[in-house]
Design a protein around this ligand. Sequence first.
Ligand SMILES: *Cc1c(COP(=O)(O)O)cnc(C)c1O
Length: 382
Amino acid sequence: MDKDVQQGFETLAIHAGQEPDPTTGAVVPPIYQVSTYKQDGIGGLRGGYEYSRSANPTRTALETCLAEIEGGTRGLAFASGLAAEDALLRTLCKPGDHVVIPNDAYGGTYRLFAKVAEPWGVAFDPVPLGDVAAVRAAVRPETRLIWVETPTNPLLGIADIATLAAIAHDAGALLVVDNTFASPYLQQPLALGADIVVHSTTKYIGGHSDVVGGALVVKDAELGERLTFHQNAMGAVAGPFDAWLTLRGIKTLAVRMDRHCTNAEAVVEMLTRHPAVRQILYPGLPDHPGHEVAAKQMKAFGGMVSFRMASEEEAVRVCERTELFTLGESLGGVESLIEHPGRMTHASAAGSPLEVPADLVRLSVGIEDVDDLLRDLTRALG
Ligand SMILES: *Cc1c(COP(=O)(O)O)cnc(C)c1O
């Protein structure tokens, strides 16, 4: 292949890091289910591999592909999204440092900061990232990271990546973007100025609700080296089968995301007209406060839709009445899911600054026949 031509996203997703296997010609990277490698004399490594915590060929294929589709120089695959976040935090922060996080961050991210990082000595402030003045005010001399999620979970808030990158860099800090909700197909944070992209590959990247994984992608090669050192030293790596499943998911990411987005738009259109729905949170709606920024930095508005009912009871009732939308946590798979964040994914945020409205329903709109999805929701709304 001509390496001088910058290939398109769909091509990279299918081919980056995935040359046919040199020994067998297998067109898909095999699952190298192996812990150690024969050395030809001490230190004589055939492919650079010595032990699978340090590196494994299936994981290398995934990490190469992740770096290419996010436009970075280095990708790192972890056992889960939170393992990736933890490795990042402990590589870049030390006791005494400070981090700015979104005031509606993913619940597990908030828990990592509140229950693990803070007791260790890293302070943090939850801030509404849509409010640039509030972010500027929260930055201190000890601030190492501004941590961004956009869109956020479950309120679908939008943050301006380029603006926040400039604020972080002025303060000598780095900008981290959790790109889980958008996926690299819809949003390229590194190109917008971010330093590090975080993923729960469990979600859209894996895409089939069959694997838990996480990833980091960075632009700066030296930072990539430091993170790779910590990945090996801390050890929470993705196993070969999980790496293989994730890589398999990435091949169809673009076509899946296109359908997630068009199905979500149809669902939003139906909800807009439904009298039982009080408010819809979707960045594609012109009255969403982040609409303009989202339109500028995203290719489309994604497959996640949240909406508010008149009461908690009504929200719970809708969640329990759908049939095709499966009641469950997680998101980003081909199948549609529905959940009540207040009692499910975000129950641990109750009483914290990240508490979510009790009347909120969150949908992960899948890629089923859209008419079936609309029928199911309409019936459940009553
Ligand atoms: C799920 C999720 C995480 C955590 O990832 P795991 O793979 O569950 O550890 C982080 N950020 C966001 C936005 C998520 O949705």
